[in-house]
Design a protein around this ligand. Structure first.
Ligand code: SF4
Length: 357
């Protein structure tokens, strides 16, 4: 009979700031069903020690949609996707400021401005920098995160000077598996952009996407790599297999597997913001609240090209857990009756994946 893992010992290791071993990481992902709650309790201890019972809300704006020449197999905006999504160039400044207004209304602490494409042109960076200045003037307490793809010399500095606080560039999977999901750029290209934004003082945000066919060793390799890179926030996406993309039809991981992945990332990155990102509703299903015992951050509203659950449902979930929204002192706000995150028309250009709105 195999020896039972002492999950609390892993929590002690994490709380001491040390890394759990690869063997322990494998045990987390292979935790038996009857030990899942004990594993969650251990990861929750670590979460609570660093973040208490707060939940950080983040709001996404797809500031440029579709039209991407890259071939990321999971992405509805790629050159190889036929998904019926909205396609538009960089939004004008008033639309971006209006979206930031909405972010504040739904209690987001961070406004994530995401553009499709391999990387921005200098002209796009200049346009976004002007919009970011306007957002910062209107909402000085709102963190702005940019996610514009691979950056070239001086682009990161220009964004920081405009008031961008963080830069997101997900690694998505292990270096080994990366070539299975993308042929137009490399894992190392992505690491170089993360190092570039760190070098200019932007807060590095880099995350993962699971459910693409990777194995446990890929999950573990990525968790260690993000720890080594010293990432400040880690969004963990679970694949939404969008029809029209090469990964359409991939089977779901299952909510309990998703929870084990979250536990692994919490234990290996104890003081890092761990965010349950795209796929939260679809892949965690009714177990989503358990995810918040481990993660301390979520997106509120819709995702880039798919729908999320309503902000009211998120507020109710957070309230029922006995948690609070970071930076919030008031009652639930009332978003517009027809919830529409970006103001482009109800769910315009998004694939509906909202199971419990
Ligand atoms: S580079 Fe970004 S927008 Fe383009 S296909 Fe990849 S993930 Fe999608």
């Amino acid at each position: 009979m195999t020896e039972r893992m002492d999950w609390n010992r892993l929590a002690e290791t994490a709380l001491a700031g040390d890394a759990i071993s690869p063997e322990e990481a494998r045990a987390v992902l292979a935790a038996p069903e009857d030990e899942l709650l004990a594993l969650l309790a251990a990861a929750a201890r670590v979460r609570r020690a660093h973040f208490g019972t707060t939940v950080k809300l983040n709001f996404l704006l797809n500031v440029k949609s579709g039209l991407c020449p890259e071939d990321c197999h999971y992405c509805s905006q790629s050159a190889v996707s036929t998904a019926p999504i909205a396609r538009h160039p960089i939004l004008p400044l008033p639309d971006i400021v209006a979206a930031a207004d909405r972010a504040v209304r739904v209690k987001a602490a961070r406004f994530c401005v995401v553009a499709s494409g391999r990387g921005p042109s200098d002209r796009e960076v200049d346009a976004l920098a002007e919009s970011v200045r306007a957002v910062r003037a209107a909402h000085p307490d709102l963190e702005v995160c940019a996610c514009l793809g691979l950056l070239r010399d001086h682009q990161a500095e220009r964004l920081r000077e405009a008031g961008v606080f963080a830069y997101n560039h997900n690694l998505n999977t292990s270096e080994r598996f990366y070539r299975e999901i993308c042929a137009t750029h490399t894992f190392q290209d992505r690491v170089a952009t993360i190092e570039r934004v760190k070098a200019v003082g932007l807060s590095p945000c880099a995350g993962a996407l699971f459910g693409m066919g990777e194995g446990p060793e890929d999950v573990i390799a990525l968790a260690y790599r993000l720890r080594e890179l010293g990432i400040d926030s880690i969004p963990i996406n679970f694949l939404i297999p969008i029809p029209g993309t090469p990964l359409a039809g991939r089977p779901a991981l299952g909510p309990r597997e998703c929870l084990k992945i979250l536990c692994l990332f919490r234990l290996l990155n104890p003081a890092t913001e761990v965010r349950i990102a795209g796929g939260r509703e679809v892949q965690l299903g009714w177990l989503q609240p358990l995810g918040l015992y481990v993660a301390n951050s979520i997106f509120v509203g819709d995702y880039l090209t798919t729908t999320g659950q309503s902000p009211q449902a998120d507020f109710a979930m957070i309230r029922d857990l006995g948690f609070s929204i970071l930076g919030d002192g008031g009652a639930d706000p009332a978003p517009p009756p027809a919830w529409d995150a970006c103001g482009l028309g109800e769910n315009a250009g998004r694939v509906t994946t909202r199971p419990n709105a």
